[in-house]
Design a protein around this ligand. Structure first.
Ligand code: FE
Length: 209
């Protein structure tokens, strides 16, 4: 099996959100698919180790915020490389409550769903949701997963359905120990308060490859 074949499938970059006992939480996802149009249904695939998985199961609803090419990469990092168990992600990212669901403001659209079915896989739960709200929230082109990798140089969290082992960074380069972002320039010339553009970690989180 050649895992590169999977690269020919198309994905977007989304924040899937839910309520955690009244507190908004969520995670970055690349697998969100419209399944039917009438009634409109959408599915998402969420790792069982993600706090968001249990929150969707408990509250019975989820929202998909569609990120656009100009969305702040730190949004992806905050939701993709931190755990909602011990970190209040929405305290760091502006959001609105739309159709009673938390939605990332820095997005181009959202889709709010009520869970009507689940499918269990060894690592992920597929949640099928009936859409009860959807709206364009901004302009801009929706971010594809290829754009995230090729233009933003973003990395894939280990919990993503599409995760594949990355090729190691060239020796001597500084690599974010949280998200895997590789800094290409002169690391020592960066100011002390510089943070990882993908996940927001401080300079101290970077190690030498
Ligand atoms: Fe990082």
């Amino acid at each position: 099996m050649d895992p590169k074949a999977f690269y020919d499938l198309s994905y977007g970059v989304y924040i899937v959100s839910a309520w955690d006992n009244g507190r908004p939480t969520g995670c970055t996802a690349n697998s969100a698919i419209q399944v039917t149009s009438s009634p409109a249904t959408v599915l998402v695939s969420i790792n069982k180790d993600n706090h968001t998985n249990r929150c969707i199961a408990d509250c019975g609803h989820f929202a998909v915020s569609v990120l656009h090419e100009q969305s702040d990469p730190a949004v992806i990092g905050t939701f993709g490389f931190r755990s909602g168990k011990d970190f209040d992600k929405f305290a760091a990212v502006p959001y609105d409550v739309k159709d009673k669901m938390p939605v990332v403001r820095d997005s181009c659209a959202y889709i709010a769903c009520k869970v009507i079915g689940t499918m269990d896989t060894p690592t992920h739960t597929v949640f099928l949701g009936e859409v009860f709200g959807a709206e364009k929230t901004g302009g801009g082109r929706p971010m594809t997963y290829a754009y995230y990798h090729n233009v933003i140089k973003g990395k894939t969290a280990k919990n993503a359905p599409t995760y594949q082992a990355e090729t190691p960074a060239p020796a001597g380069k500084r690599v974010c120990s949280v998200c895997g972002y590789v800094y290409e320039g002169d690391f020592d010339a960066l100011p002390d308060d510089w943070t990882c553009p993908v996940c927001g970690q401080p300079k101290s989180a970077f190690r030498k490859a």
